[in-house]
Write a protein that binds this ligand. Structure first.
Ligand code: NAD
Length: 334
């Protein structure tokens, strides 16, 4: 296998599969540069995914038969397998994670194992194999919650949920690997991401798929928690920019720029699905529910010329249409 190959973990999930489809010319996230691809054009991509409930081989259907794509079912915590694969790759993009906050509140064991130990296993193998660049895909949730203003990349990490704590731990381990051993680690901290192929446990696909089935949607607490929304195209474009043009040891915030309370977002989803407020059921608030997230994205804008491109209204309408047209994809989850 060419030394220019990319190992993409967790790529049967929502964002990772979009990244791989786009890298191989079958997605809408960015113009693949093919800078790492050699004569054949497309880069060589190996997907490593455990295929948990969130990993769906159907997400990779568009690239499964692509000659530059190999899909390996396996665990990032499996040191032997990771070591075997790592030797054949120059780049790593680590999407693999347990990613749902509510599940981490119900039980955090898998979050610590995959998000913390799994990331360590990958970094350790990457170091020994002489990997050129390791991109750790992280989240704005590591910063905690803030009432006003926006976090820069130097803000302290004050995670509140077990999910966020496990991601913060992974960030710190990755940065330590850079500072101690010199591995070229780059971290992206992205805001809430939406788009097609997102498992229907997260707010937007949960609400849309429930409304499409004529079911009520559960709104946490007073509904005034604020999140910043980023389209999956813009998320994977930022990751690719950081992989190819970012700097070693640096963290890049990637915000969507559209801040909405959950109540405002619910209003838009009801309108998009032709439903009224009688379809909303107010439920007890999530434990430790962060009030507001907001990212200062000056660094990635000034250094890498990045800006999100997808207008939220357009992206949301397309997302709702996709769930309406692809019931077979999400009905498997119920
Ligand atoms: P997802 O839950 O849709 O997908 C996660 C994937 O990881 C699945 O395919 C799953 O099978 C795989 N996986 C889980 N444990 C594994 C293990 N031990 N070994 C190998 N594979 C494993 O998640 P997503 O929404 O696509 O998120 C991808 C990454 O982006 C995560 O690291 C997440 O923390 C981060 N992120 C997500 C968002 C968001 O809004 N979804 C925002 C910012 C950052």
């Amino acid at each position: 296998m060419t030394a220019e190959a990319i190992l993409v973990t967790g790529a049967a999930g929502f964002i990772g599969s979009h990244y791989v489809r786009t890298l191989l010319g079958a997605g809408s996230g960015f113009e693949p540069s093919f800078e790492s691809g050699g004569a054949a054009g497309a880069p060589r991509v190996t997907v490593l995914d455990k295929m948990t409930y969130a990993g769906n081989p159907a997400n990779l259907a568009a690239v499964r038969d692509h000659p530059a794509c190999t899909v390996v079912t396996g665990d990032i915590c499996d040191a032997g397998l990771v070591e075997e694969l790592m030797g054949h790759h120059r780049y790593v993009v680590n999407f693999a994670a347990e990613s749902h906050v509510d599940r981490s509140i119900a039980g955090a064991g898998d979050f610590m194992t995959t998000n913390v130990l799994g990331t360590h296993t990958l970094l350790d193998a990457a170091l020994r194999a002489g990997v050129r660049t390791f991109v750790q895909v992280s989240t704005d949730e590591v910063y905690g919650s803030l009432a006003a203003g926006s976090w820069t990349e130097t803000a302290p990490l004050l995670p509140n949920s077990p999910y966020a704590a496990s991601k913060a731990a992974a960030d710190l381990i990755a940065l330590a690997c850079h500072r101690t051993h010199g591995l070229d680690v780059r971290i992206t901290r992205c805001s809430n991401t939406y788009g097609h192929h997102q498992y229907p446990e997260k707010l937007i696909p949960l609400f849309v798929t429930r409304l499409l089935r004529g079911l009520k949607v559960p709104l946490y607490g007073d509904g005034l928690n604020v999140r910043e929304w980023l389209h999956v195209d813009d998320h994977v474009r930022a990751i690719e920019l950081v992989r190819t043009a970012g700097r070693p040891g640096e963290v890049y915030n990637v915000g969507g720029g559209t801040e909405l309370t959950n109540r405002e977002l619910t209003g838009r989803l009801l309108a998009a699905c032709g439903a009224g407020w009688e379809m909303v059921e107010q439920v007890a608030d999530r434990k430790g529910h962060d009030r507001r997230y907001s990212l200062d994205c000056t660094k990635i804008r000034q250094e890498l010329g990045y800006r999100p491109r997808t207008d939220f209204a357009t992206g949301l309408a397309e997302t709702v249409a996709w769930y309406r047209d692809n019931r077979h994809w999400w009905e498997r989850a119920w």
